[in-house]
Each structure stands twice: as structure tokens, then as C-alpha cells.
Design a protein around this ligand. Structure first.
Ligand SMILES: O=C(O)C(=O)C[C@]1(C(=O)O)C=C[C@@H](O)C=C1
Length: 311
């Protein structure tokens, strides 16, 4: 039975995302054992150590942006690649110990990304409460049960996992907020191309004028649509950044392969973070002259020129 880790403890949105992968046609066999892990770092390190075959982690939210802990953990240590993604709508539930009223709430705990998504609701409905960080929304619920906090902003499933009462539900400052999650494992057989794929990479550019524009130019020159770019310090020196770039296509596509090879030449460091089907199934745009057939025809012509058969 495969073991699949996730950013826990039980009752997080990430657990919900992990379960959405557990289908007959999905990337996780339905009979998998799901293993909650306390932090994003420990979840990904468990994959590296072979304690779990894969792990699910949050990567970006439509309100608060990227989950920095995930980006940093993806590039620190042995390589890991994403093989699937899913996107969940995010609405929160406020959990309290039985008998607690809103007037009793002096402290509210939750994951920082969650706090950012309910900031207005909290200031309106729990104005006297201090908002405290927890490692995850479910960790906040565990803390409420232990008497460490008066309330937790949690995922709806947490209400069934922990002996707490629901003080409020269906909460979100931005009603259509979503979070994207990745299923990550050690490098191996790549997911099949679907024609609606995403590739992710992390690149450290050389410290020279125009270095980042060279990266963007390679993408544009190969007709590739970038869907996200984010910078994170490399932690080596002030001012040195690693760029996390997501774009349309699969590494098996000729245009994507040519781009990755060019970035490998131009950047001081490039880490492939996976090619996988887009959760929204939006087909990749392939501009004229950038299809695999175009690359094959050009390679054949070049081969003939080098062999003296053509010019
Ligand atoms: O704490 C959780 O429940 C998580 O799954 C983490 C997380 C996140 O990192 O964004 C996931 C979805 C929500 O945006 C809030 C928190």
C-alpha cells in the first residue's frame, strides 16, 4: 500500500487536496495510506528519505500568493518534481471549544495564509481577538482543543476531526479564493503529455545586466506562455534571487525542451520542478513554427546541411 504524505495534521486543506488525488484515474491509488506531517519541509523531506512515495503541499493562493515554505523546501536538498496539481476553493470555519461564545474569544490562531484571507472578517466579527500564527489551520484547531487558543480559523473538515464547536462557517474575505496544491515525488517516470500541461522550474540567473530578461526572452522566442514568476532569496548573499517560473507545456514538447536547454546554458543554476497536467485542463497554446513537427523538420534540414545533402 503506497504511503502518501501531506502537510498536516489531519483536517488541513492540504489533506482535502490529497484526498482529491485518490481516485482510480488519479495520481494516488485510492487504497493509499495518507500520512500527516507537521510542516511542509518535513513532508518534502519524507519524500526525499523514501518514508513516503509522494507528498502534497500548498504552493500558491489567489489572495496571499505563493507559499514561501513550499518554494524554499522544493529547492533545498535532493531534487523533487511535481507530478500533479489541484486547485481547491477555500472557505474557512471558525472552531471553538464547546460553550465558547464570540464574546469569550481573546485569541484566534491559524496558518498565516489563512489569516490573510479572513483579515476583514476577523476585524469585523472578533475585533477584540489577537490573531496568532499556527503551523497550519488544523494545528490551530489542535491548539484550541488543548486550551492554547480560544478559536481556530480552519478548514471545514476539521470540524469533524476535532471535538470543537463551529462558531462561524463559510468565511472568506474574497469569495472565490482558491489555493493550488502540488503532488511532489522524487524524479522518475514523467506524467504523460496531455496537451494541457504545466512545467515548473527554478533558476538562478547570472549576476549581469539583462540576465532575467534572457530567461523571459527564451520563453517568448519559443512561443511559450509563462503562467507565474516569483523570486525568492537564494540565502547565499543579499540581492541574489532564485526565480520560480511556471509555464505552459511539457518537457517532452520540443519547444519546452529547447527552452530548458537554453536556460541550462544561460543560468548559473536551473532546477526542473516537473511537468504535469494543468488542473484547469486549459489546452497549451502552440504558436506557428513552435510545434514538434516544426522542430523535427528544422533538425532534419540541419542534419542534411551538415551532411552536405542540402543548403
Ligand atoms: O493550513 C492548511 O490547512 C493548509 O492546507 C495550508 C493552506 C496554505 O498554505 O495556503 C492551504 C489553504 C489555505 O489557503 C490556507 C492554508
Amino acid at each position: 500500500m503506497p504511503r502518501i504524505g501531506y502537510f498536516g495534521p489531519e483536517g488541513t486543506f492540504t489533506e482535502q487536496a490529497t484526498r482529491s488525488f485518490c481516485t482510480d484515474a488519479g495520481p494516488i491509488p485510492p487504497d493509499s495510506a495518507l500520512v500527516p506531517l507537521e510542516t511542509i519541509g518535513t513532508a518534502l523531506d519524507a519524500v526525499r528519505a523514501g518514508e513516503v512515495e509522494a507528498a502534497c503541499v500548498p504552493v500558491e493562493n489567489s489572495v496571499e500568493g505563493s507559499v514561501a515554505a513550499t518554494l524554499d523546501a522544493l529547492v533545498s536538498g535532493e531534487p523533487l518534481v511535481a507530478v500533479a496539481e489541484t486547485v481547491l476553493p477555500i472557505r474557512f470555519t471558525v472552531l471553538v471549544r464547546p460553550g465558547t461564545t464570540a464574546a469569550d474569544v481573546r485569541t484566534v490562531a491559524t496558518h498565516p495564509h489563512a489569516a490573510a484571507q479572513v483579515r476583514n472578517w476577523l476585524s469585523e466579527h472578533l475585533p477584540g481577538a489577537t490573531v496568532l500564527p499556527a503551523s497550519s489551520t488544523a494545528a490551530a484547531a489542535v491548539g484550541v482543543g488543548r486550551g492554547e487558543f480560544d478559536a481556530a480559523v480552519a478548514a471545514p473538515p476539521a470540524a469533524e476531526r476535532y471535538p470543537l464547536d463551529v462558531l462561524a462557517s463559510n468565511i472568506a474575505d474574497v469569495r472565490d479564493a482558491v489555493t493550488r496544491f502540488l503532488l511532489v515525488r522524487r524524479p522518475g517516470t514523467l506524467p504523460e503529455r496531455t496537451g494541457a500541461d504545466r512545467t515548473a522550474l527554478a533558476a538562478v540567473t547570472a549576476d549581469r545586466i539583462g540576465a532575467l530578461s534572457e530567461v523571459l526572452t527564451e520563453l517568448a522566442a519559443h512561443g511559450i506562455n509563462m503562467t507565474r514568476i516569483e523570486s525568492r532569496p537564494t540565502r547565499n548573499r543579499l540581492g541574489e534571487y532564485r526565480f520560480f517560473v511556471d509555464f505552459e507545456g511539457h518537457v517532452a514538447d520540443a519547444r519546452v525542451g529547447a527552452t530548458l536547454a537554453a536556460l541550462r546554458r544561460r543560468c548559473t543554476e536551473v532546477r526542473f520542478l516537473g511537468s504535469f497536467p494543468r488542473a484547469d485542463k486549459v489546452p497549451n497554446t502552440v504558436l506557428p513554427t513552435n510545434a514538434d513537427t516544426d522542430f523535427a523538420a528544422a533538425a532534419k534540414w540541419l542534419e542534411d546541411v551538415r551532411a552536405g545533402h542540402s543548403a
